[in-house]
Design a binder for this molecule. Structure first.
Ligand SMILES: [Cu+2]
Length: 354
């Protein structure tokens, strides 16, 4: 009798399990297929993707973004001279929130952009210049531009909300202090506006310029492509694994200067480890003396600084988050260090080395 009962129970469980599969699992598979949408990628390919990695509300257009170009691109604005002799730098920044970007092959994400890209343009000025930003909000939501740095309260981009559909505001302030600062939208919910991509880098150069170097910008960011307030991808400059597949070419014995800004939301910290080398690190870029000589820095949200280093030996060197989860989800890149032809000549002349 007991045996018969347990046998019957087992049969009932199996039947319930089979019914469960039909009712709960199969319909989901089917509906995922139904929700597939077709997109033309920036490479011209036609790709189908299900709705779980894409905000299905936004399908109007695609965004092109080239991390190689962004890396060394600095926007100095439209330059003119004020009556008092100071330099005026004017920028036009347009916010949008309806663009779709293929951030990894077949993965599409609704990016919110300043001037069409994530990150927005790297804005650069010299200490004491007047920076004037003509901000236009062409998005469907309210946005602002909030700069880190020193400026009057009404230029802080927090309380002066700029309305959707063409709202405008002009930010004007003196570039200060020297260093590397983030700018970002400051409309609530802030986490949403930042994580969708409304941020960029603001560099203030000292009046006596820094020693010449091969300069680049790395914005460390994350992408929450399924909107569960956890990042699915991480990157330096938005595209996961980009610089691993497209190594950054640099020369031996040439000063490299990286302006690094951490804009990862949801995760409390990020970090940056460089292989085969150490770097001098200037937190926030505000001091002329580096705080440390290391191969590893840890950065919280909007923490940033300047890294300086040179490679002695040619070859391939990776750099990545030492938070391994981040590097395995895209935050990894590579330097391809080539023999500096000028340096090689000098060495050959001085030491007979070749
Ligand atoms: Cu915003």
């Amino acid at each position: 009798m007991k045996k018969l009962r347990s046998g019957t129970m087992a049969s009932i469980i199996v039947i319930i399990a089979i019914i469960g599969i039909f009712y709960f699992v199969l319909p989901n598979v089917t509906s995922a297929q139904v929700e597939e949408k077709t997109f033309v990628t920036h490479s011209g390919a036609v790709i189908k993707t299900s709705g779980d990695i894409l905000d299905p509300l936004y399908t109007v257009s695609t965004v092109d973004f080239d991390p190689s170009q962004f890396l060394r691109e600095f926007n100095y604005g439209r330059v003119s001279q004020l009556e008092d002799g100071r330099t005026l730098r004017e920028f036009t920044i347009i916010a949008e929130d309806d663009k779709i970007q293929e951030i990894s092959p077949g993965v599409f994400y609704n990016v919110w952009t300043f001037n069409g890209t994530v990150p927005g343009p790297t804005i650069r000025a010299t200490e004491g210049d007047i920076v004037k930003i003509h901000f236009i909000n062409n998005g469907s939501k309210e946005h602002t531009m909030h700069f880190h740095g020193i400026h009057p309260a009404e230029m802080d981009g927090v309380f002066e909300i700029v309305g959707s559909g063409g709202g405008q505001f002009t930010y004007e302030f003196e570039a200060a202090p020297v260093g590397v600062h983030p700018y970002h939208c400051h409309v609530m919910p802030l986490e949403e506006h930042i994580s969708h991509g409304l941020y960029g880098v603001f560099i203030v150069d000292p009046k006596e310029s820094r020693p010449s170097a091969d300069e680049m910008v790395m914005v460390l960011n994350g992408l929450d492509t399924d909107f569960d307030t956890e990042n699915n991808f991480y990157a330096a400059n938005t595209i996961p694994f980009y610089y691993q597949h497209h190594p950054i070419q640099i020369n031996t014995n040439e000063l490299i200067r990286i302006y690094v800004v951490n804009m990862v939301e949801f995760d409390p910290i990020n970090n940056l480890h460089l292989h085969g080398n150490l770097y001098h690190y200037y937190p926030t870029g505000t001091d002329t003396v580096p705080s440390t000589y290391t191969d590893m820095i840890t950065l919280s949200q909007t923490e940033r600084g300047i890294m300086e280093f040179e490679y002695d030996y040619p070859g391939k060197y990776i750099f990545h988050a030492h938070k391994v989860e981040f590097s395995e989800k895209g935050w990894i890149g590579m330097f391809l260090v080539k023999e500096n032809p000028e340096q090689k000549e000098v060495l050959e002349e001085e030491y007979g080395r070749s």
